[in-house]
Structure formats: structure tokens, C-alpha cells
Write a protein of this length. Structure first.
Length: 354
């Protein structure tokens, strides 16, 4: 046997004999202490009681609530208890109700004479009964009216929003945007005086004017620098051309001098005895280091006095070296020595081998 708190159950809805009421009984078995069943006890739940006691406070017109045994999309309203709203009339369903799904989790309930829209939920009343279906519904005609009314209200609200949005756009465009656009046209056209009715735009014009002046000043400075650079470039070009002319003239003079030196060298070569010149060249290799030093000083154009100062020789010592140099080189005078030395240097520059 089940515990007492789990032994109760509900009967199906039936018509109470001798009355017009449909009722559902809540029954509970009565057992002795030794488990002997004595009988059943319980009480009835009449449709009128259910209708009155469970009337729901709501603003939905013609609200209909239904509790029917079983979980199915088809249930008989004769096997169910119904109630309405506390605000008055509701239309109880008749016959078989067929449920079908709609958008938004709603369900449509159709019967032979009327249609509903609502929600369902499974409900367990007793562990000894199958689950019940609890349905909360309203007439489909009322639902359609509410939808149409909400749609109309939404359309009206959106129309108001759009109207106010357009009106606001026109107002703010005329109040703020038009002066800004006009000011921008003034910026594009330099001939129009830079003045507007917008304080911020006037500040912008002032700022742009300052920037224009700074830019013009910068451009003027760059142009001056460019002109100075062009003048400097022109001066450098002229100096280069003048230097090029001087170089060409010096080159011509140098070539002429070279030709003259070559001519004089050739002329002097014809005047010099080749044997004496050959003895001179051979004698250079016989000079001592000191004599070589004195010889080089003569080639540098030093005078006797300057050689005495540079070499720290005594005059008698210098005369001694001079005699040795003249004897080894086969010359009779300093003039002849310098002539041979000049001819030797010219031969070396021409790369001739003696």
C-alpha cells in the first residue's frame, strides 16, 4: 500500500446524477492499522465551484482557462473543467479542441463552433493520475482585434516618430546645417567675405586666414630662397666658365711653354758637346754623399752664401767640394753644371734613357 500522502487520486469528470453539474472527485482510500481496506473517502470539485473559485484577475477579454486530463493536441472539453476571468463573461469551449502551433510559442485551438489562441502547460496533480493539460486561451477574434490594434498603434507611433524625426531634421538643418554649408561655400569661394552667423565658423575663418597668411609668408620665403639659389647657381656657373676659360688659357700657355722649353732644350742640346754631357751623367754616380748634397743645393738654385748657411760648411770646405764636383762631372763652371743638370731633368721628364 502507498503512503497516505501518495494514495489519493482524481477521477474523470462526470455528470452528477440528478443534477446538471459536472464534477471531479478527489478520493482517498481508508485502511485499518493492519492494512484492511475499509473504503474510500473524499470530496467533489464541481465545475461551478471551479469556475467561481478559480476565476482569474486579468485585463484580457473573455479569458478562458481549461484543465483536461492527458497530454495531447486533442482533448474533449466535456472531460475538462473550465473557468474565466474575474471581470465577467467567458465562452466555454464545446466539443473536441485541436491544438496547433503558431508563431511566438502560441497555439491555436479549434473546435466546431469557435477558435481560440493561447498557451498550454503540462501539470501533475497526483502521482496516481496521468499528467493534465492546463490551457489558458482567448477568443481568436479578440486576439486578432488586439493584434490589429497593436499593429495600428505601432504604425501610428512609427508615423509620429518619423514625422518628428523629419521635422527635427528640417529644423536642425535650417538652424545649424544651412549656416555651416553656407560657410563652407564661403571657404570655397575666396571672393565672398568670410563672415557667418555661426560663432564657431567665424573662429574657423579666422584660423584659416591666419594659416593662409602663414602659408603665403612661407611660400614667399621659399620663393626668395629659390631666387637666391638660382642667382647663386648662375654666379657659380659664370665663375666656373671663367675658371674654365682661365684653365684653358693656362693650358694653352703651358703647352706653348712646353713647346718653347722643348725647343730651347733641343737648341741647347745642339750646343752641348755630347761627350761632355755623357761624362757629366757618368760623374754623378761617383759623387760622395756630401758632394751629392752640395750638387742638389746648386740644383735648387741656392747661392754660395745660402749653401754655407744651410750646410754649416766653411768657405774653404765648400771650395774643396766644388773642385771635386767640377772635376768628377767634367765641367768648368757653375753655369755649365746647371745647364747639364737642366738638360738631364728634361730628359728624365721625357722618359728618355741615356
Amino acid at each position: 500500500a502507498l503512503p497516505l500522502q501518495d494514495a489519493y487520486l482524481f477521477t474523470d469528470v462526470f455528470n452528477l446524477p440528478g443534477t446538471s453539474d459536472n464534477v471531479m472527485l478527489l478520493v482517498l482510500p481508508i485502511f485499518s492499522s493492519d492494512g484492511t481496506l475499509y473504503g474510500l473517502c473524499g470530496y467533489e470539485v464541481s465545475e461551478n465551484y471551479f469556475m467561481t473559485y478559480h476565476a482569474q484577475p486579468t485585463k484580457i477579454p473573455n479569458l478562458t482557462c481549461l484543465i483536461a486530463p492527458g497530454i495531447s493536441d486533442h482533448f474533449d472539453s466535456a472531460d475538462a473543467l473550465s473557468c474565466g476571468g474575474s471581470n465577467g463573461y467567458y465562452r466555454a469551449p464545446k466539443g473536441i479542441l485541436t491544438a496547433s502551433n503558431m508563431n511566438g510559442g502560441l497555439k491555436s485551438f479549434s473546435s466546431d463552433d469557435v477558435s481560440y489562441v493561447g498557451l498550454t502547460q503540462a501539470l501533475s496533480l497526483s502521482p496516481n493520475n496521468p499528467d493534465y493539460t492546463l490551457a489558458v486561451m482567448m477568443l481568436k477574434s479578440d486576439y486578432d482585434k488586439a493584434i490589429n490594434r497593436n499593429t495600428s498603434q505601432n504604425i501610428f507611433l512609427w508615423a509620429l516618430v518619423i514625422f518628428f524625426a523629419v521635422t527635427s531634421c528640417l529644423y536642425f538643418s535650417k538652424r545649424f546645417l544651412s549656416p555651416i554649408l553656407k560657410a563652407l561655400e564661403q571657404v570655397k569661394n575666396p571672393e565672398i567675405p568670410k563672415r557667418s552667423d555661426v560663432l564657431e565658423m567665424d573662429d574657423l575663418f579666422h584660423f584659416l586666414s591666419q594659416k593662409d597668411r602663414e602659408q603665403e609668408k612661407t611660400v614667399h620665403t621659399l620663393e626668395q630662397r629659390q631666387l637666391a639659389a638660382l642667382h647663386e647657381k648662375e654666379n657659380l656657373r659664370r665663375e666656373y666658365e671663367a675658371a674654365q676659360s682661365r684653365y684653358e688659357a693656362a693650358q694653352s700657355s703651358y703647352e706653348a711653354a712646353q713647346q718653347e722649353v722643348s725647343r730651347l732644350a733641343y737648341s741647347r742640346t745642339q750646343e752641348i758637346d755630347p761627350d761632355d754631357y755623357a761624362q757629366f751623367l757618368a760623374g754623378i754616380n761617383t759623387l760622395t754623399p756630401t758632394e751629392h748634397k752640395v750638387f742638389n743645393l746648386y740644383l735648387e738654385g741656392k747661392s754660395v752664401k745660402e749653401i754655407l748657411e744651410v750646410s754649416d760648411f766653411k768657405e774653404s770646405t765648400l771650395r774643396f767640394h766644388n773642385r771635386n764636383i767640377y772635376g768628377k762631372l767634367g765641367v768648368n763652371s757653375l753655369k755649365q753644371l746647371l745647364r747639364f743638370a737642366t738638360l738631364m731633368q728634361q730628359d728624365q721628364e721625357r722618359g728618355e734613357k741615356i
